[in-house]
Design a protein. Structure first.
Length: 164
């Protein structure tokens, strides 16, 4: 795909930024990230299945989803609270991976959707971690490959006109 994903993690900070442009109107990109039925189609790296345990996508709502393989092996379960959905500009939520040795490693995520023009959107995700060490563990985990994969899958849905 032509659009590049950029991950910026400045030294000695508890945050990182993920930036990506999409060749689609802001309203469609926003809808993709705030609609559970659409998230199921792209929000897992290739070969992994996503299933919502519950999903209440509204300001004050919450969610839980599981990533598993085709044989049903669960890789991880995430849960969080949606603090704000402000269409089509911003979504603020927390995310926590369940069943981790260190409980309470909650990440604050702020998704900002910027309209570049009528047919292009810049997404900036700011992740704020509990500590610099937690942030650095995430960066070193290889999560970038999964992020790139989900964005490429979203590109495919947008190109194919499957989000309206």
């Amino acid at each position: 795909m032509a659009n590049k994903t950029t991950i910026t993690a400045a030294p000695n900070k508890q945050e990182l930024f993920i930036t990506r442009e999409f060749d689609a109107p802001r309203e469609l990109v926003f809808k993709a990230f705030t609609t559970p039925e659409i998230l199921l189609q792209f929000y897992a790296p290739y070969g992994i299945k996503m299933k919502f345990n519950y999903a209440d996508f509204r300001s004050g709502g919450s969610y839980s989803w599981t990533h598993s393989d085709g044989a049903g092996k669960i890789y991880c379960t995430f849960k969080g609270v949606i603090h704000e959905i402000l269409p089509p500009e911003r979504m603020t939520q927390t995310v926590e991976m369940e069943d981790q040795p260190k409980a309470g490693n909650v990440i604050l995520e702020i998704f900002d959707f910027e309209e570049i023009d009528n047919n292009k959107t810049k997404l900036i995700i700011q992740d704020v971690f509990r500590s610099i060490e937690d942030r650095d563990e995430m960066v070193q985990s290889g999560f970038e490959g999964g992020v790139v994969a989900i964005f490429e899958q979203l590109d495919e849905l947008l190109i194919e006109g499957k989000i309206k």
